[in-house]
Design a protein around this ligand. Structure first.
Ligand code: PHE
Length: 339
């Protein structure tokens, strides 16, 4: 019995020295583990006479119980201490001033692009994205603009090789889609385009949104009706459109589309340069040649196409006077577009 007390005392001392649950556990193993003190004691059983064994066994069991209770208490204490330490370490001072996280916002070009996609997908258009590096064929030839065509001068092209170029217009997507899909077609194609052009309203890289509708019986009236719905949604309920004759090799007839000035309502102001109208996009009926180039029978199907500059729409909508602001990424400028 004296020896039991001594062992418990020893274990108690070792347990109180344990710094964490792990070392406490290791200490416990030294006494109660398979190779611990208690196990060693049990081995002594063999050396004893049969009559002494039950008494000895009882004493060892009593010792085991005392040790177990003692370790359980220490474990409990250790758990509490560790929890307290953890809580202390993770303490948050709720009276400290907060850290300000500056919130990001979508770029105005992205906003306008998303808005355009929203408006047109509401009319049943699906989005198709073509490549930024195009072949001369898709960007020009298939769009009824062969190599010697004077309309090539309308766009200053960045050529990569004789065959490849940075697309100057998203119209290339019209061809790619029509090669893949038979009418009825209602396609919207956003993307970056490139032209060797650089001033306050032109940038060598900008974004366009192309639209293409091909089906039986599509007319210029369908184009105008759709455009009216579009400007109502994009600018204001009272916005109107005006079609002026124009020229694009891939549309016939071609039109330039103006929207009534949403600032002055048509009376004339600095934004519309006193005319009451603002030019927003180019459009027209898809040229028969283009349909033929894509294997679509122009005697069965007709269609219209339109293309607009996303930066231009953003500049009009937000009153931005220099296109460079849209690529400089000055946070003082971008900050103004947080809803
Ligand atoms: N691709 C023309 C441009 O870049 C715009 C356009 C698209 C005109 C579709 C008519 C039809 O100027």
């Amino acid at each position: 019995m004296d020896e039991n007390d001594k062992i418990v005392e020893e274990a108690e001392e070792a347990a109180s020295k344990a710094r964490d649950s792990r070392s406490l556990y290791e200490t416990k193993l030294k006494f109660l583990g398979r190779e611990g003190r208690l196990a060693t004691l049990m081995k002594r059983m063999k050396e004893l006479a049969a009559a002494q064994r039950p008494v000895f066994g009882k004493q060892v069991n009593a010792l085991r119980e005392r040790l177990e209770v003692m370790f359980a208490e220490h474990e409990e204490r250790m758990k509490r201490e560790e929890l307290m330490n953890k809580l202390a370490a993770e303490r948050v001072d709720v009276t400290m001033p907060g850290k300000r996280h500056s919130e990001g916002a979508l770029h105005p070009v992205t906003r306008v692009k998303n808005e355009l996609i929203d408006i047109f997908s509401g009319m049943g258009f699906e989005v198709f994205e073509g490549p930024e590096i195009e072949s001369d064929y898709y960007n020009f030839t298939a769009l009824n603009t062969p190599a010697d065509h004077p309309a090539r001068d309308m766009q200053d092209t960045f050529y990569l090789t004789d065959e490849f170029l940075l697309r100057t217009q998203t119209s290339a997507g019209q061809i790619r889609l029509m090669e893949r899909k038979k009418p009825p077609i209602k396609m919207l194609s956003p993307g970056r385009v490139f032209r060797s052009d650089d001033d306050a309203t032109h940038s060598p890289m900008f974004h366009q949104m192309e639209g293409l509708v091909v089906d039986k019986g599509i007319t210029l009236c369908d184009l105008q009706g759709m455009l009216d719905k579009f400007v109502e949604a994009m600018f204001s309920k009272t916005s109107r459109t005006r079609l002026r004759p124009s020229y694009f090799p891939f549309t016939e007839p071609s039109v330039e589309v103006d929207v009534s000035c949403y600032i002055c309502g048509g009376k004339g102001c600095p934004l519309c340069k006193g005319t009451g109208w603002i030019e927003v996009l180019g459009a027209g009926m898809v040229n028969r040649r283009v349909l033929e180039n894509c294997g679509v029978d122009p005697d069965v199907y007709t269609g219209f196409a339109f293309g607009m500059g996303i930066e231009r729409i953003a500049m009009l909508k937000y009153g931005i006077n220099n296109i460079k602001l849209l690529t400089e990424n000055d946070v003082r400028f971008l900050d103004q577009f947080k809803n």
